[in-house]
Ligand binder design. Structure first.
Ligand code: NAD
Length: 296
């Protein structure tokens, strides 16, 4: 069993660190928020007073932080405090450029590292069924795999440094755009006298089939797993969808990719966030489609 430093014990990091404890690992956890430390402590995490203390003596350090700037700031302390051979695992969703910078800084200091963002949300974090998308060397991937396993349903090696983040962002571009398309289709159908059920029955077994329709349908009472059935309580919040779409839009611009749908999806989620939808599940974008449709 390993000693694991865990930095960032929030909605995701809290339950993820608890699953590592359940698997028998010794976890040294740090967060800036005392309440997060208290919850982690109740789940058997040894709470410590700084990122450096979390890294000291650890075989691996996992970061689960809001953004790349938080990760890079933490790495200053982590790289100075970690023992030789410590593996650095960043599971936060961050900009690809920040992820690659984190890898470079780790390598310069003599440490192996992977970027390993996740999908599956807080439910997946609690159940230990996250999908990890890993960027880094084959050797570091192999070392990380057994450590990630108690938190994961799948751990997939996506290529070199930063490619975990590239994969996450490309997946969420598909997801954000398809949720908007599914929402527009339901609202268009409503306005032309088509029942939700009829559209669902056909599209769910036809070429319109996708996760946004058949797992998290934006219309309530059609799919058991949908957050629409729970007043759009997330699930995956629209604010986080906007964050991921912005990362994709900025990477598209930097790489010269003509991602027109991605740009538009970012604008529509931004509008929804500005209108107060950020804390709702991202499927609630259907409300915005209805509200912005012409009154006739
Ligand atoms: P969160 O805000 O609940 O947790 C982040 C935690 O990091 C907070 O508790 C905060 O206090 C702590 N923190 C910030 N700076 C710190 C520092 N310097 N040292 C120690 N702790 C620090 O966010 P979350 O929902 O747990 O998300 C974490 C990451 O996972 C984000 O990058 C997010 O995009 C990604 N993610 C979230 C979800 C989701 O459904 N919530 C799904 C997939 C990926």
């Amino acid at each position: 069993m390993a000693v694991i430093g865990f930095i960032g014990l929030g909605h995701m990091g809290g339950p993820m660190s608890a699953n590592l404890v359940k698997a028998g690992h010794s976890v040294q956890g740090f967060d800036l928020i005392p309440a997060a430390l208290e919850v982690a402590d109740r789940h058997g995490v040894t709470t410590v007073a700084s990122a450096a203390d979390a890294a000291a003596g650890a075989d691996a350090v996992i970061t689960m932080l809001p953004s790349g700037k938080h990760v890079l700031a933490c790495y200053d302390d982590v790289l100075a405090a970690a023992k030789p051979g410590t593996l650095l695992i960043d599971s936060s969703t961050v900009d690809v450029a920040d992820a690659r910078q984190a890898h470079e800084r780790a390598a310069e200091a003599g440490f192996g590292s992977i970027d390993a963002p996740v999908s599956g949300g807080t439910a997946g974090a609690e159940a230990g069924t996250l999908t990890f998308m890993v960027g880094g060397s084959e050797e570091d991937f192999r070392r990380a795999e057994p450590l990630l396993e108690p938190m994961a349903r799948k751990v997939i090696h996506c290529g070199g440094p930063g490619n975990g983040q590239v994969t996450k962002m490309c997946n969420n571009l598909i997801l954000g755009a398809s949720m908007i398309a599914v929402s527009e289709a339901f609202v268009l159908g409503e306005r032309l006298g088509l029942s939700h059920q009829a559209l669902y029955d056909v599209a769910s077994i036809s070429t319109g089939q996708c996760w946004a329709l058949t797992t998290n349908c934006p219309v309530p009472d059609l799919v058991e797993t949908s957050r629409a059935n729970h007043d759009y309580e997330p699930g995956f919040a629209a604010a986080l969808m906007l964050k991921d779409l912005r990362l994709a839009a900025s990477a598209a611009e930097q790489s010269g990719t003509d991602a027109a749908i991605g740009r538009l999806a970012t604008e529509l989620y931004q509008r929804f966030n500005e209108e107060g939808g950020g804390d709702l599940d991202f499927g609630a974008i259907i409300k915005s489609v209805r509200e912005h449709s012409e009154q006739r």
